[in-house]
Ligand binder design. Structure first.
Ligand SMILES: [Zn+2]
Length: 554
């Protein structure tokens, strides 16, 4: 719908910035599209047609001639692990992800090169490998790693983040033998003879990860700077960084103090045990504390594992080819509820990773009890992923008013993992259309580095639902429109973070967070959505990313 005139005659004066001759998709309630927008003091002052907004100008108003280009509200990614991803880049971890490597031998060659250059005993780390995208279609094992790194401990995280491959040197340092029991919520994979294969799943990763050398003290502060640059250049103006540590929160605060943040960040601290929940409860501040740039988000827990590690908690039948594998639950129901009640009673919004339907039910049981006990009205508790979201699960999500942090890009990037769970579960994997029809609010997350930071992958995948390797459309009935996909990344992202009064659409009084893109997303063929380029990103009316493109775009 094109709205040609929207009058804010009384309030429109003294604009700092005027955008005109544009195609401004406001994402307001009626999905208005306008040609001009005035900005003052970092906020949207008025929207309308070019003629109607000239009155907002003064001699000092900056003008941005959009020359027909499209503008959107800045996009919101409610589920990233940006700090973890970027610190890995800064540490020089080997990128073993698609499309950087194409086979296990390419990974082992990279490790051999690194080993040749480093003194014996030095750790070699890497991340991003995905058995589903390697032609061998199997996990890396210590038998792959030992010949190229007999004297260097190796720790290589899988793309899912839910398992890691280690070599014999690393297992030895961690004292992991065939007699080591699986830790609660984790698995030490073993071969037919009972020997560890080097694959550590979920909490078992910590047996080795805790031995990795400490980072230089400023690494995470430098990472926060890089994070905001990487987000701004792809059109994100708000990110939620999930399951972060106290040191990582300190780093964001320091980066903000230094003036390095270019996007707004919600920090979601981790609850990995009951003591963490107590610590958060005793802080005295909680979700929402901070300002428009940097604030505390939801408290995050894990209920189960990942599809890539085949550790999501499901009801029978088990994983295809592993009938006894019903996944892992990281918490007993009693402990989960205790931890969540402790945090929620202290004012924390809750978000809990749950992919399998059995895990989602455990979380919803806990949420239901807490909502009732604390008489919560507007809790916006979130289920992160909600990967296997059957009709029964959706009914509960709706009844409890629980928000889903969904992952539109998963269908494309890791849809091949879904298929290990059988066609019935693929049908209900990440069902965006059903959520809309059933009145469930879904916000969107890339889960960086599970999928890339570019939100355009997710916007495209939500519309087409094509899986990368087979080219198959997974659950085509769950495809949504481009406008609906944009809603997940704008309005719904704002809602998930209790920020719908200040962002998620371009409307008078809201933050002037917007992006200029290179094509009209409402009219291009769906396949082009993944190719959208961001020309400029504005935060609070100030340009934080952009290059010259065309004579009139300043
Ligand atoms: Zn995640």
């Amino acid at each position: 719908m094109v709205v040609t005139a929207r009058s804010h005659a009384q309030t429109c004066s003294g604009a700092d910035l005027l955008l005109y001759r544009g195609h401004i998709i406001t994402m307001d309630r009626s999905r208005s599209v306008v040609s001009a927008m005035a900005v003052r003091d970092g906020k949207v002052l008025a929207l309308g047609n070019d003629a109607s907004l000239t009155r907002c100008m003064t001699a000092r108003t900056q003008r941005l001639d959009l020359d027909g280009r499209t503008v959107l509200p800045g996009l919101i990614d409610v589920h990233t692990h940006m700090m973890e991803w970027v610190t890995g880049l800064l540490r020089g971890e080997i990128d073993a992800g698609y499309p950087a490597v194409h086979s296990i031998s390419e990974i082992t060659q990279a490790i051999a090169q690194r080993a040749a250059a480093l003194p014996a005993g030095t750790w070699i780390t890497g991340a991003g490998w995905d058995d589903a995208k390697l032609p061998e279609h199997r996990y890396l094992t210590r038998q792959d790693l030992d010949p190229v790194s007999p004297h260097h401990p190796v720790y290589f995280k899988h793309a899912s983040g839910h398992l890691a491959a280690t070599n014999s040197a690393a297992l030895k340092l961690a004292n992991i033998t065939k007699d080591t029991p699986d830790p609660p919520g984790g698995m030490i994979e073993r071969d037919a003879a009972g020997q560890p294969t080097g694959i550590l799943k979920d909490t078992a990763m910590g047996l080795v990860a805790t031995l990795l050398p400490a980072d230089p003290p400023d690494l995470e502060v430098r990472a926060a700077k890089v994070i905001s640059e990487k987000a701004a250049e792809v059109g994100l103006t708000t990110i939620h960084d999930i399951y972060i540590s106290p040191d990582q929160m300190r780093a964001y605060q320091e980066a903000y103090r230094r003036g390095w943040l270019k996007v707004r960040v919600q920090m979601s601290p981790r609850i990995s045990n009951l003591a963490d929940a107590e610590t958060l409860a005793h802080m005295g501040v909680h979700t929402g504390f901070g300002d428009d740039m940097l604030k505390l988000g939801a408290a995050k827990m894990f209920a189960d594992g990942g599809m890539g590690a085949r550790t999501i908690a499901i009801y029978p039948p088990g994983v295809i080819g592993e009938p006894d594998n019903l996944g892992v639950l990281r918490w007993t129901p009693a402990d989960m509820q205790k931890a969540q009640l402790t945090a929620a009673a202290a004012g924390w919004q809750l978000e809990t990773h749950a992919i399998g339907d059995r895990a989602i039910d455990e979380v919803l049981d806990s949420y239901a009890a807490i909502i009732e006990k604390l008489h919560l009205q507007d809790h916006r508790f979130r289920v992160v992923h909600a990967g296997i979201s059957t009709p029964a699960i959706q009914k509960r999500l709706r009844e409890l008013n629980v928000v889903v942090d969904g992952n539109p890009p998963f269908v494309y990037w890791i849809g091949s993992w879904f298929t290990k769970y059988g066609p019935e579960r693929v049908r209900w994997a990440y069902p965006a259309k059903s959520y809309i029809e059933n009145g469930i609010v879904e916000a969107a997350g890339s889960d960086v580095s599970v999928t890339p930071i570019r939100p355009w992958w997710g916007i495209w995948a939500a519309v087409v639902r094509q899986e990368m390797q087979s080219g198959q459309i997974l659950a085509p009935e769950e495809r949504i429109t481009i406008e609906q996909a944009l809603t997940l990344y704008t309005r719904n992202g704002a809602y998930a973070g209790f920020e719908e009064s200040i962002k998620g659409s371009l409307e008078p009084g809201k933050l002037a967070d917007f992006i200029v893109i290179d094509r009209d997303v409402l009219s291009v063929p769906a396949d082009e959505l993944k190719d959208v380029q961001v020309l400029q990103t504005y935060l609070g009316g100030r340009k934080v990313y952009g290059h010259l493109s065309g004579p009139n775009l300043q």
